[in-house]
Design a protein around this ligand. Structure first.
Ligand SMILES: [Zn+2]
Length: 458
C-alpha cells in the first residue's frame, strides 16, 4: 500500500502531464486537474558534535539539513526552521549528543540466534533440503526470527548490514520488506546461501568448475547481492584450523569468483586457516571473513586484490565462554584462536589492509554489534579507525561509498547519535539513542543518561 502511494506520488510529478498530453500533440499542459507536487520533508538535525567523516576531527555545532531521504547540506551553527521555505520542516535537537553516520556491519546472520541451528555445516544441509517440508518450515521460522533481529540491529544504530549465509528465501523477502518500508530493519545486502564444496543437493553445494558456476548463478538468480563461500570449514572443525588445507580446489574458487564478477557481484570468503586465506585471495575474492590466522605473506595478496578483512572478533566472546568446559585437542584449538586472531588482525591493519567491521551477530547477540568495535580498540586500534571500519570501510566493501558511510551533501540520510564521544570511549556506540535511516527516524530517546557531564550548551 505504501509502495503504491509512493508510485502515485512519483507519478503525480513525472507521469501525469505526459499521460494527459502526449507529446505528439504539442499542446501546453493546462493547470486545471494537475495534482500538486508532494511537498518535500526537511529535517534539521542540530548536532552538538558532528563526526561527519569518521577519522577526521569532530565539528562543533552543526546542522545537517536532510531533504526527504538525502543529506542536502551541512550548515555551521544551528539552522532555524523558518529559514526553510516550501517544505514541511522538522527539527531534531541533538545539541548534547555526538552525531555520526549510521553504522555498518559487514557480517551478520539475521536468521540465526546465538549460534542456534548450525545452518551452515558442510554436512547435514542436504537431508533437510530433501525433506522439503522441513526446509520450508525452517525458512518460515527463520523469517519470523529475522524480523525481530533486523529490528534490534537497526535500533542499535546499524543502518546497513551484509547477511552472509542463510538457506531459503526468507532473507530476500526480509530485504524487500525493509526496502519497501513494510518492516523496520537495516538496509540488507545478502549472499543468500553460502557456497561450500560438497556433493549433496544443498542449495550452496558445488563440486567442480561447472557445478560451482551453476551454484553461483543460483544464488544470483535467487536475488544475491554478493557471493559468500566457505574457503575453510568452521573454526570448530579440523578443516577450519590454522594448518588445514583449503576446502575448495583452486579451479573451483576461480570459477566462483569469475562467475560472480561477471555479474558485478563481490565475493566474501569465510576463511580461518592460512592456506585457505591464501587460496581465496589468489582466486581474487574481495574480502576475507574472520581471517583468524591471516599469515604475513597474505598481506601482499590483500593489497593486490584491494581486498578487505572482516575480522568478526566478537566470536571470541563465545570461545571464551565455551573454553571453560573444553577438553583435549579442542582446548588447544580454542586457545590458538584466542591467542592469534587479534594480533594477526592488527598486523594486517598495521600493514595497511583495510578493515571492515563484521560482528557475526547470529553467532553472537543481535543488537550488540558494536561490541566488535570495542574489541578492535582492546587490540590496539585507535577508536577513530574502529569507527571508520564500521562506516567508511563498510560502504567501500559494498561499493556504496557514493551513497553511504559518511555524513556529506548528496548522501543517503543514515544518521545516528550517542551521548558521549565515541572516539574517546568506543563503548558509547553500544548505547545509541538516535537512529535515522533513509531520512526516517526510527529511534529518538530523550537526552541520553550517558551524555557527557556538562555536554549540553557547551
Ligand atoms: Zn558468519
Amino acid at each position: 500500500m505504501k509502495r503504491l502511494s509512493l508510485m502515485l506520488a512519483a507519478c503525480a510529478t513525472i507521469c501525469s502531464p505526459a499521460l494527459a498530453h502526449p507529446g505528439e500533440f504539442g499542446l501546453p499542459a493546462p493547470d486545471a486537474g494537475a495534482e500538486a507536487p508532494a511537498r518535500d520533508k526537511v529535517m534539521l538535525i542540530q548536532a552538538g558534535w558532528l563526526l561527519a567523516v569518521p577519522g577526521s576531527a569532530p565539528q562543533r555545532e552543526r546542522t545537517i539539513v536532510v531533504r526527504n531521504d538525502r543529506i542536502e547540506r551541512i550548515d555551521a551553527g544551528y539552522t532555524l526552521p523558518q529559514t526553510i521555505t516550501n517544505a514541511d520542516v522538522g527539527v531534531v535537537d541533538l545539541k548534547n549528543r555526538y552525531v555520526l553516520p549510521g553504522l555498518m556491519d559487514m557480517h551478520v546472520h539475521l536468521s540465526m540466534n546465538s549460534g542456534g541451528q548450525a545452518a551452515f555445516q558442510i554436512r547435514g544441509v542436504a537431508d533437510e533440503i530433501e525433506a522439503g517440508s522441513a526446509a520450508q518450515r525452517r525458512d518460515v521460522t527463520q523469517l519470523v526470527d529475522s524480523i525481530e533481529n533486523a529490528r534490534k540491529t537497526l535500533l542499535a544504530g546499524y543502518t546497513t548490514v551484509r547477511d552472509v549465509g542463510s538457506d531459503g528465501w526468507h532473507i530476500v523477502a526480509l530485504r524487500e520488506a525493509i526496502a519497501t518500508g513494510k518492516l523496520e530493519g537495516p538496509r540488507i545486502l545478502t549472499s543468500v546461501a553460502t557456497l561450500y564444496p560438497g556433493s549433496d543437493n544443498g542449495s550452496g553445494a558445488c563440486s567442480g568448475v561447472e557445478s560451482c558456476r551453476r551454484a553461483t548463478r543460483r544464488q544470483i538468480d535467487m536475488g544475491a547481492d554478493l557471493i559468500k563461500i566457505y574457503a575453510s570449514c568452521s573454526g570448530s572443525r579440523p578443516c577450519g584450523r590454522q594448518d588445514a588445507p583449503p576446502t575448495f580446489l583452486d579451479d573451483e574458487l576461480r570459477a566462483i569468483v569469475e562467475t560472480a564478477h561477471s555479474r558485478q557481484l563481490r565475493v566474501a570468503a569465510h576463511a580461518h586457516g592460512e592456506a585457505a586465506i591464501r587460496a581465496a585471495l589468489n582466486a581474487g575474492v574481495d574480502s576475507i571473513e574472520h581471517g583468524s590466522f591471516t599469515p604475513p605473506d597474505a598481506i601482499a595478496l590483500f593489497r593486490k586484490n584491494g581486498a578487505f578483512l572482516v575480522p568478526t572478533l566478537s566470536v571470541q566472546d563465545n570461545i571464551r565462554k565455551d573454553i571453560v568446559t573444553a577438553k583435549g585437542s579442542m582446548l588447544a584449538v580454542m586457545q590458538n584462536f584466542l591467542a592469534k586472531h587479534g594480533p594477526r588482525m592488527m598486523a594486517a591493519y598495521r600493514a595497511g589492509v583495510p578493515i571492515a567491521a563484521g560482528s557475526d551477530a547470529g553467532i553472537g547477540v543481535h543488537g550488540n554489534n558494536a561490541r566488535e568495535l570495542e574489541l578492535y580498540v582492546k587490540e590496539g586500534m585507535p577508536a577513530a579507525d574502529a569507527i571508520r571500519a564500521a562506516t567508511v570501510n563498510g560502504a567501500r566493501v559494498i561499493g556504496r561509498e557514493a551513497d553511504l558511510g559518511t555524513i556529506e551533501a548528496g548522501k543517503i540520510a543514515d544518521i545516528i547519535a550517542v551521548g558521549i564521544d565515541p572516539t574517546v570511549d568506543i563503548t558509547a556506540l553500544q548505547h545509541v539513542s538516535f537512529v535515522m535511516k533513509d531520512g526516517t527516524i526510527f529511534r529518538d530517546d530523550p537526552a541520553s543518561p550517558r551524555a557527557a557531564p556538562g555536554a549540553a550548551g557547551q
